[in-house]
Ligand binder design. Structure first.
Ligand SMILES: Cc1cc2nc3c(=O)[nH]c(=O)nc-3n(C[C@H](O)[C@H](O)[C@H](O)COP(=O)(O)O)c2cc1C
Length: 331
């Protein structure tokens, strides 16, 4: 196997290699995090804590406060002043601290949020617990015709701004792909202080069972063909917005990872492949990257990162072309 330097920089963190285990149940326990590190991961993203979980904990404190009439007034003021967040999910903070002790790779915490409220205080505790960075999983669903895209995008920017105000550690935004003007949104996320963008989140995919007529869950694991979306958009964006990119969704093997790095990705997140093939797939992906680099004569990732992005390849128009013109016309 070729002796290659796979190290990379993502969110200002030094990673021994670009393969990051994305947020999922494997990273919800200390044992899982250790196994990912032992299998060779460059970093891990812990399974997300949901804003709702933080809110419920905060509300539980509020409810307790409203029931107890005999608090010492100082204690009451103290708790009312937002310090209710101290009762927020302890386990998550404990997992962060324990994981940082146990592994020598970056441990990225993740919060799933839909508003810029309540959780930023908890985010500060996440940083204090030792998280290397914070990833925000921001998935907003436009539920009615009155919610316009401008308002939803502004909410995403406000969420990132709230996080970067609350913590000193680097913040990454994990977003979905369906935006009319993605480059502008990513630029605004950068301006709001995000150090990185995870492209893309894979949203829950309900479908309809034709016999029972019930709404049922689609496949929760991706297919490798889904990686094309992130590759295209990272190729378009990496030459025009100065922010780090992690490719996500559909990255099951070394070839997919190589494509993402050629497009300009700093890191590549993988989840479904580890559930389908086992955690050992991390090593397989790394070996495949090394083998490709050996064949191509590249000694380090820096030698080819972004080599085929929109700013550098003569094929750039193919990334932005929207329609098939000739393929099926027999031309
Ligand atoms: C069972 C399962 C649980 C997941 N939980 C989270 C989560 O808590 N937070 C999050 O941001 N993404 C979560 N994801 C999404 C993954 O992090 C990842 O973005 C998605 O699976 C696409 O990557 P893949 O194609 O490599 O699977 C989850 C995915 C799966 C399959």
């Amino acid at each position: 196997m070729a002796d290659c330097d796979l190290s990379t920089s993502y969110l200002g963190l030094d990673l021994r290699n670009p393969i990051v285990v994305g947020a999922n149940p494997l990273t919800a326990t200390l044992d899982g995090v250790v196994r990912c590190a032992e299998a060779g991961a460059g970093a891990v993203v812990l399974k997300s804590l949901f804003e709702e979980e933080i809110r419920i904990e905060a509300d539980a404190v509020d409810a307790a406060l409203s029931q107890e009439g005999d608090w010492h007034s100082e204690v009451y003021d103290y708790l009312q002043a937002g310090l209710g967040m101290r009762y927020a999910p302890r386990q998550y903070l404990e997992l962060i601290a324990a994981a940082r002790q146990a592994v020598d790779i970056p441990v990225i915490a993740s919060i799933n949020c839909t508003s810029p409220e309540i959780w930023p205080e908890f985010a500060a505790e996440v940083a204090a617990a030792g998280a290397s960075a914070l990833e925000l999983n921001i998935a907003l669903f436009p539920e009615n015709a009155q919610e316009n895209s401008g308002l939803l995008e502004q909410r995403i920017v406000d969420i990132v701004a709230a996080a970067t105000k609350a913590v000193q550690i680097p913040v990454a935004a994990k977003i979905a792909y369906s935006f009319a003007a993605l480059p502008n949104l990513v630029l605004r996320l950068r301006q709001a202080g995000a150090k990185g963008c995870v492209l893309f989140n894979r949203l829950y995919r309900p479908t309809i069972h034709p016999e029972s007529l019930k709404v049922v869950m689609g496949d929760c694991f991706s297919a490798p063909s889904e990686s094309a979306l992130a590759i295209r958009w990272i190729a378009v964006l990496s030459g025009c917005v100065d922010i780090d990119f992690a490719a996500a969704t559909g990255f099951h093997g070394g070839t997919h990872a190589v494509r993402a790095i050629l497009a300009g990705a700093n890191a590549v997140q993988t989840v479904s492949a580890l559930h389908r093939e086992g955690i050992g797939q991390i090593g397989v992906i790394l070996d495949e990257i090394r083998a490709w680099m050996g064949r191509k004569g590249y000694a380090s990732l820096a030698d080819f990162r972004g080599l085929v992005n929109q700013a550098r390849t003569p094929d750039a128009p193919l990334f932005t072309r929207l329609q098939y013109m000739k393929r099926l016309a027999g031309a």
